[in-house]
Design a protein around this ligand. Structure first.
Ligand code: NAD
Length: 282
């Protein structure tokens, strides 16, 4: 089994990005800038935001963190987003999800200017993605595609099975894999017999958020397995794939942690850089 080492690939790409940003700093007289909005004190979200801030520092992106109280009103949050939309020194805006239930997530995401949508979640950017037009791609699916490419994995003609159909992972990765020539099956909570589908997968993407849902007997020998899940079990991070068992049958397997997570952050850095170029070159 070959390990899909997201930490290594992401680090290499971040260093290349740093070089490009260093050069652009001389050319455009300012660094890219990302504003991160965190609502409340969810420890997982705090840790993701910390990781994103650390990556910004590494590649040379200025970042500002707005940590709002979890009882912030929708109006207050909307006002902040509007202010950042207007601020010409801000290239990217990221609203760390999930946000508390009293806030309308879809509405707030779409309030972020589509030209500052570092996460690629805006309805217009998702529309471009589904129409196969160039756009800012959601960070996790983009990171997965980059990881596959780094290992010269060509999915054309493969049967791809995706577990999960969310707007931020399952659905867009299905689209990107289909565009790359794979035949797609998307499984979800209502899927009758999950193993029936997964056993047919040449490439399996596990993004259900269920610790060790995918076991060895559910995987076709030689399959490529990408584990997106991040679950906390007894204080430890565990993926959606039973790593030990599945590593005996898979040809490639991404670990948790150090697999898709760092690739997602790298994709976010690359998205912010893309937005920055659009702003400084206009
Ligand atoms: P979500 O809860 O929005 O979606 C989960 C999907 O999985 C749903 O479509 C649901 O129908 C499906 N599902 C749940 N249980 C299932 C089961 N038993 N069988 C089949 N399908 C099932 O979650 P999400 O935001 O898409 O995230 C999925 C996982 O990926 C989570 O663990 C999340 O933490 C992780 N994640 C990781 C990264 C990263 O960078 N590594 C980024 C985003 C999300």
């Amino acid at each position: 089994m070959i390990l899909l080492d997201g930490a290594k690939v992401a680090n290499e790409r971040n260093l290349m990005l740093k070089d490009m940003i260093d050069k652009d700093l001389v050319k455009y007289h300012r660094a890219p800038s990302l504003s991160i909005i965190l609502v409340g004190e969810n420890p997982a979200s705090q840790s993701y935001v910390k990781g994103k801030g650390k990556a910004c520092k590494l590649v040379g992106i200025n970042h500002q963190l707005y940590n709002l109280k979890d009882d912030v009103t929708e109006e207050e949050l909307s006002n902040l987003i509007e202010k950042l939309n207007q601020d010409e020194s801000v290239d990217g805006i990221l609203l760390q999800l999930p946000i508390p239930k009293h806030l309308n997530e879809a509405k707030l995401i779409d309030l972020i200017s589509k030209d500052k949508d570092a996460d690629g979640f805006h309805v217009i950017n998702q529309g471009y993605l589904y129409q196969k037009k160039p756009t800012i791609y959601p960070a996790t699916p983009k990171g997965i595609m980059t990881l596959l490419k780094a290992y010269d994995i060509d999915v054309s003609g493969m049967d791809a099975v995706i577990i999960g159909r969310s707007n931020i992972v399952g659905f867009p990765i299905a689209r990107l894999l289909m565009d790359a020539g794979a035949t797609i099956t998307v499984c979800h909570r209502q899927t009758k017999d999950l193993a029936y589908h997964t056993k047919n997968a040449d490439i399996l993407i596990a993004s259900a958020g269920r610790a060790e849902l995918v076991t060895k007997d559910m995987v076709k020998p030689g399959a490529i397995v990408v584990d997106v899940g991040v679950n906390r079990v007894d204080g430890k991070l565990v993926g959606d794939v039973h790593f030990e068992g599945v590593s005996e049958v898979a040809s490639y397997l991404s670990p948790v942690p150090r697999g898709v997570g760092p690739m997602t952050i790298n994709a976010l850095m690359e998205n912010t850089y893309e937005l920055y170029l659009k702003h400084v070159q206009k």
